[in-house]
Structures are given as C-alpha cells and as structure tokens.
Design a protein around this ligand. Structure first.
Ligand code: ATP
Length: 363
C-alpha cells in the first residue's frame, strides 16, 4: 500500500505522443480510474506504472522510492488483465499458489494466503475447478484473488470487466468497489466506461489525446467539469452544449444565442464567445404558450419538441432551440407532443460556461 506519484510522465511512439507530461498524486488507498476515449493513452500510462513500458520522460514514485527504472517484478504491484491470464491446465488453487511458488514462499504460508484470498472474493468453493469450468465473473474473481495472494502495494487493472455481460458487469463492479473498501489498497483502474468510473473511483483522471484533462473526485468532474471535453464526456445523456455570447447589459451579465435568453448574474464581464452547458436533468420544461419569464438569475430556452423518448422511469424530451438540439430529462407526469412549443429553464448555478476558443471553464 502506498502513495503513487507520477511526475511529467511522457511516452512517445515515433511521432505519436501517447502520454504527454502527465502528473498525478494518488493517495494511499485511493481507487484511481484512468478514464477517456479509445486511444487517449490510458493503457500506455498503466503499462508505465506497471513497469511493462519505459517512459520517454518523467518519473514514477511509490512511497519514497523512485521506481521509474525498476523492472516490473520488483515493483510489488499486481496487474489484473482483461483476459485474466489464468493458466488453463491448472486448478484455481494452483493458479492462486503459482506466484507464491515462484517467490519460493513456504508451503504452509502458501496454503494460508491462498485460503484467505479465496475467501475474500468468495471463491473458496471453486478451488478444485479449472478456469474453463468457471463463469466469466468467477474467472474475474480468480484473477483478482491471484493478485491478492501477493499482497501487493497496489492493484493495476486494465478494463477487467469488458468481457462480461451487462448484468455481470454491474455485479462485479459492485464487488470490486466493496473489495477496495475492505482491503484499503491503492487501485489504478483503466476504463472508457464513465459509469464504472463514477461508481467505483475515489479519484478520476480524465485523459484526452495523451493529456490530463481533469483530475478530481467523480463529483468534482460531474459538478464542475474543467473543459468542454470533460463536460461532454461525463454524463448520460450528455450535457447540452450551445455556442453563445456573453455580454453585459444594464449591469447584468447575460448569455445570448438564437432561442436562448439568460440573465446570469449582476456585475460586468468583458464580452466574449462562450459555450454554455446545462445537464438534461437540470432543465425544467414548460408549455410555451404562456409568456414564460426568464428566471431572474438563470436561462430560458424557447423552442419546440422534436422527439420524446420514454425510458420507463423518466422521459427524454429532445427539443429544437434555434439551431441546437437540447435534451431535457424529466418525469413522465406530463405528455409532450412533437411540434409543441416549449420553454426550458434552469437556474444560473446550473449553467456551465466555457471559453469557446480554449474550451476551458470560466470561473
Ligand atoms: P483503448 O481504450 O482503445 O485501449 P487507450 O486509451 O488505452 O485506448 P493506448 O493504448 O494507451 O490508448 O494508446 C494511446 C496511443 O498510442 C494511440 O494512438 C495508440 O495508437 C498509440 N500506441 C499505443 N501503443 C503503441 C505502440 N506499441 N506503438 C505505436 N503506437 C502505439
């Protein structure tokens, strides 16, 4: 168990900079999720932490030790692969015992550690089986148990749930989160699945084209995305994003776009081109016939219903606002019909503003 510090870690493959000067400080016991779209550098970063790939530049520390040049086997980290990498001809018990045998651990201690690891992930009843006699979820747990017996300083996992069906993925996700809480160990976990990141992580590092886009708790990333990219990546359905202009009129700061009227706060700001964002669950929807006032501090969007999707528990009402498509997520108490005029509203504190040129959040 240990604090993990990455300092300006970089990895190039020829002309491609897969990981570009990433610095992260991961506390002991954190569940760090490396999140981002395909090709953003998650696996490359994890492989460098594991010692399977050398950085072009930068350093990695665990606790007080610089491990940048240390071979993988000396790092005391356990990697759980997507493919599980279990030995097919060995029983579960022998699979678990294998890493300890290699380390020449005494027999009695091997038996004890295998038993403890198997019990902690509830596979003690499967010890005599071969991997092919197990379900995907059970194999997953064996792979975790094999990492556990080594009592590593941290667990590294690369999309460990991607081979499981949706139901099992949910169950295994909850198990992994529980296991993390129980062990109190540091986890570093690669995924492109935002639900896995939101539900398991204590910290998310969101990567975009090799760069660190944002680093924080799941709540920080969701409630205050630092960029248009982060705003669009986390959340399903995605945050509504609209190009608009920020101006000051009569001492009130407003944001304007076709179909969008908003008074955000009292004060003054230099005029600028922005992207305004609001999450579907933060918009309320009203019939458009009555002259709906713009909230004293907030936004109002005027348009028409384009499509209604019934999700069972809630509905998504997609509306056309000027040239934008804006989605509202709301309960199903009111039926909305296609073509109906509507007003969508949200309070100012639910509106996210980003500089249009840089994509960065405005404070
Ligand atoms: P995915 O979710 O698809 O696995 P990822 O975020 O894990 O993607 P990486 O596998 O780390 O992304 O790849 C990052 C970039 O580096 C990609 O552009 C990839 O093509 C490139 N890359 C990775 N490994 C190599 C390699 N061995 N040689 C050349 N380019 C590589």
């Amino acid at each position: 168990m240990a604090r993990l510090v990455l300092d300006q870690i970089t990895r190039a493959f020829g002309d491609v900079t897969a990981v570009d000067r990433i610095s992260l400080d991961v506390a002991d016991g954190d569940f760090l999720v490396l999140l981002g779209p395909s090709g953003c550098g998650k696996t490359t970063l994890l492989r460098m932490i594991a010692g399977l790939l050398e950085p072009t530049d930068g350093s990695i520390r665990i606790g007080e030790t610089d491990i940048t040049g240390l071979p993988a086997r000396k790092r005391d980290l356990a990697m759980v692969f997507q493919s599980y990498a279990l030995y097919p001809h060995l029983s579960v018990e022998k699979n678990l015992a294998f890493p300890l045998k290699v380390q020449k651990t005494p027999k009695a201690e091997i038996a004890e550690r295998v038993r403890a690891a198997a019990e902690s992930v509830e596979i003690a009843h499967l010890l005599d089986r071969k991997p092919k006699e197990l379900s995907g979820g059970q194999r997953q747990r064996v792979a975790v148990a094999r990492a556990l017996v080594r009592e590593p300083r941290a667990f590294l996992m690369d999309e460990p749930l991607s081979n499981l069906d949706a139901k099992l993925r949910t169950a295994t996700r909850q198990e992994l989160a529980a296991l993390h809480r129980k062990l109190g160990a540091t986890f570093v976990y690669v995924t492109h699945d935002q639900v896995e990141a939101m539900t398991m992580a204590t910290k998310i590092a969101l990567l975009n084209a090799g760069r660190l886009e944002q680093y924080g708790t799941p709540e920080e990333l969701y409630d205050a995305p630092s960029s248009v990219f982060a705003a669009g990546f986390l959340g399903s359905p995605a945050m509504n994003l609209m190009e608009a202009t920020l101006t000051t009129t009569d001492g009130r700061v407003s944001v304007f776009a076709p179909g969008l009227e908003a008074v955000l706060w009292a004060g003054a700001t230099p005029d600028r081109e922005v992207v305004a964002g609001v999450r579907p669950e933060h918009l309320s929807i009203h019939a458009g016939g009555a002259p709906e006032a713009v909230p004293t501090a907030g936004i109002a969007l005027r348009g028409a219903v384009a499509l209604v999707e019934n999700l069972g528990r809630e509905q998504l009402v997609h509306c056309t606002i000027g040239e934008h498509r804006v989605t509202v997520s709301c309960d199903r108490a009111t039926r909305w019909t296609v073509g109906e005029l509507v007003v969508l509203a949200a309070p100012a504190e639910r509106v996210h503003l980003f500089d249009r040129a840089s994509g960065r959040r405005l404070e």
